[in-house]
Design a protein around this ligand. Structure first.
Ligand code: 4NP
Length: 157
């Protein structure tokens, strides 16, 4: 899950998807990062933490980090919160950028619409609730989609 600061949107996305995967019995490794380095080492924004906790999800342990080219080797799927984030990922990853692994998160909910999750950085608490609701619905779709694929996969060869 990638946004600009790794402080507002992507920490929520990491927490929400990790929570839903756990509830579904999926042992996914979910992580998040930001394309700018302004908040490296910081915990998520207090309003992201507050809104997540209101939904029973504790994201206080998360620590902001910068997106890196090696993330394309480490992860199967990379969701960006917005189109400007994809541009920055491309700049950071260079030749390692793998378009097949990247999509906008909201395309899981509204395929082909290329909607951004709005940046709540200059907003107030209701903006964080709106962001939570959008990410929550998109993550439901992800779990639904990939759980079926996982269950179809034979356990052993
Ligand atoms: P995020 O929000 O990308 O959802 O973490 C932002 C946080 C900080 C800044 C920009 C966006 N910033 O420019 O400091």
């Amino acid at each position: 899950m990638v946004c600009l600061g790794n402080i507002c949107r992507s920490p929520l996305a990491e927490g929400i998807l990790q929570h839903k995967a756990q509830q579904a019995g999926l042992s996914w490794i979910v992580d998040s990062a930001g394309t700018n380095g302004y908040h490296i080492g910081e915990a998520p924004h207090r309003l992201s933490q507050k809104v997540a906790l209101l939904h029973g999800i504790d994201i206080s342990h998360q620590c902001a980090r910068r997106f890196k080219a090696a993330d394309f080797k480490q992860y199967d799927k990379i969701y960006a919160m917005a189109e400007d984030v994809i541009d920055e990922m491309q700049r950071i990853a260079g030749k390692d950028f793998d378009a097949a692994k990247v999509d906008l998160l909201m395309n899981e909910l509204h395929p082909g619409k290329n909607m951004d999750v709005p940046d709540p950085w200059y907003g107030t608490e209701p903006d964080y609730h709106e962001v939570f609701a959008m990410i929550d619905q998109a993550c439901d779709k992800i779990v639904e989609k990939y759980r079926v694929l996982n269950n179809d996969r034979p356990l052993s060869r």
